[in-house]
Design a protein around this ligand. Structure first.
Ligand code: IPD
Ligand code: CA
Ligand code: CA
Length: 262
């Protein structure tokens, strides 16, 4: 088996196994703690799932490095070699409160180039997956390239917080955009929101602050359907830092920057 076929095979197997562990955990009591603030939750499952991936990766691919949200991976300051960027549960607040609308997200990079993107919607058993240059899929179904859409007929994924207490960008910049689109949605899992742009369920996703593990898998899927992701300054995303993020269709990216984010 070629190395990337083997990595792809293992990553898919492990993400499915991890999903099964999470579904099983619905039967038992969660341990819930707060991290940076009382609303920034982490559970025993976030930690257990990250460690599950790390153990498997270290055993099977000992030269690969891992950047994981819960900090059990390596201290990464370069993207040299093969790096797995993992969010064991994206949407932990949803996991705790709703037992749905969360996902496992994995992006696998080689020297900074995205090779494999995986987002697993555990509750729906829906695996969004892509390999660079080979298209994006939802389970076995190929996802079609994104089609242009008019801004006034589009759906924008945005969290209301960014309109009410936005510290990085003047809310008056975002209000006209919110008014211009057909409607807004907020799902509480960045990975799923990017997967929804990839599948055309929403057309744009905007957020002021994401960490690399929130978008590392999604942007590999996005590239395969011809979408675009940048910071809100229009710069490339940095996989080693926090970023503001816009994920959208090419024509909407141009129009939004011309009319609203200039
Ligand atoms: C969070 C979710 C949320 C986004 C936050 C992320 P977590 O991830 O993706 O939708 O708005 O910025 O931190 O903490 O549940 O993995
Ligand atoms: Ca996350
Ligand atoms: Ca997480």
């Amino acid at each position: 088996m070629l190395q990337w076929d083997e990595i792809d095979h293992c990553a898919k197997q492990w993400i499915k196994d991890a999903g099964e562990r999470i579904r099983q955990s619905f039967q038992s009591k969660l341990t819930i703690e707060s991290k940076s603030n009382p609303d920034d939750l982490v559970t025993n499952m976030d930690k257990e799932i990250e460690q599950f991936f790390i153990n498997n990766i270290n055993k099977t691919f000992p030269t690969h490095k891992i950047l994981g949200e819960e900090g059990f991976g390596n201290n990464i300051d370069t993207l040299n070699g093969v790096v797995w960027i993992i969010d064991p549960i994206d949407g932990t607040m949803n996991f705790v409160h709703q037992q749905r609308n969360f996902a496992i997200s994995i992006g696998i990079y080689e020297n900074g180039v995205g090779k494999i993107g995986l987002i697993y919607d555990v509750v729906h058993d829906e695996l969004y997956h892509a390999r660079k240059g080979k298209g994006a899929f939802l389970n076995t179904k190929k996802i079609q390239p994104l089609k242009n859409i008019q801004l006034n007929e589009s759906i924008l994924g945005i969290n209301a917080t960014w309109i009410t207490e936005n510290k990085r960008i003047d809310p008056r910049v975002l209000i006209p955009l919110v008014n211009a689109v057909r409607g807004t949605r907020s799902y509480g899992s960045a990975a799923l929101e990017i997967a929804y742009v990839v599948t055309g369920r929403i057309d744009t996703y905007i957020t002021m602050r994401l960490s690399p593990w929130d978008f590392a898998g999604g942007i590999i899927l996005l590239e395969e359907v011809g979408g675009v992701a940048t910071t809100l300054e229009g710069k490339p995303l940095n996989l080693l830092a926090e970023n503001s993020v816009i994920v959208t269709k090419k024509n909407l990216h141009t129009e939004i920057f011309e009319k609203y984010l200039n």
